[in-house]
Design a protein. Structure first.
Lengths: 111, 112
């Protein structure tokens, strides 16, 4: 199965700090997604990204969040000023055809 | 609002049993339905994807079906093994950029 990788695997930060979560997608898979899963809850869609722009975003994805492909390969999610409620597992996903392939996730802990 | 629900929330079976996991969705604009496996603290592994034009898909001991008219999908696992123990998630993909809407999952425990 094609592999999406994410770094770091675990990030601990203080409330109010900025964090950047990184994803290395599958080569030639041009649709990108971020999802999050708060402990014990559903996986929730955050944003989709195609052709270097956001194609859809959820109400969770407010002005504190941003995404980009800074070097044409890696895909990043930035949270500008973290809140306690941002603590969650963040998953990057990637697809070329209909199947979305997920990375292993980054566990973000905001203290 | 789009809703995807899964029942049961948890299931415990002895090794060797055949079992069925259920997934219901409310949005008729379904483009595909994807089943995933999630091990504790880990990412999501794609198991099967059914396009809206299909009725079922099979991979090894797994068979997934889709009934758009009733808004249901099932995942059938044959001859369950302890290694099948995990949480199983279904997710509805819609037309357009195909964001996935997930169910809450079924936590499966297969005992030896």
């Amino acid at each position: 199965e094609p592999e999406v990788t994410q770094t770091p695997s675990h990030q601990v930060t203080q409330m109010g700090q900025e964090v950047i979560l990184r994803c290395v997608p599958i080569s030639n898979h041009l649709y990108f997604y971020w999802y999050r899963q708060i402990l014990g809850q559903k996986v929730e869609f955050l944003v989709s990204f195609y052709n270097n722009e956001i194609s859809e975003k959820s109400e969770i994805f407010d002005d504190q969040f941003s995404v980009e492909r800074p070097d044409g390969s890696n895909f990043t999610l930035k949270i500008r000023s973290t809140k306690l409620e941002d603590s969650a597992m963040y998953f990057c996903a990637n697809r070329a055809g209909p199947t979305q392939y997920f990375g292993p996730g980054t566990r973000l802990t905001v203290l | 609002k789009q809703e995807v629900t899964q029942i049961p929330a948890a299931l415990s079976v002895p090794e060797g049993e055949n079992l069925v996991l259920n997934c219901s969705f409310t949005d008729s604009a379904i483009y595909n339905l994807q089943w995933f496996r999630q091990d504790p603290g880990k990412g999501l592994t794609s198991l099967l994807l059914i396009q809206s034009s299909q009725r079922e898909q099979t991979s090894g001991r797994l068979n997934a079906s889709l009934d758009k008219s009733s808004g249901r999908s099932t995942l059938y696992i044959a001859a369950s093994q302890p290694g099948d123990s995990a949480t199983y998630l279904c997710a509805q993909g819609n037309t357009g950029f195909q964001k996935l809407v997930f169910g809450t999952g079924t936590r499966l425990l297969v005992s030896p």
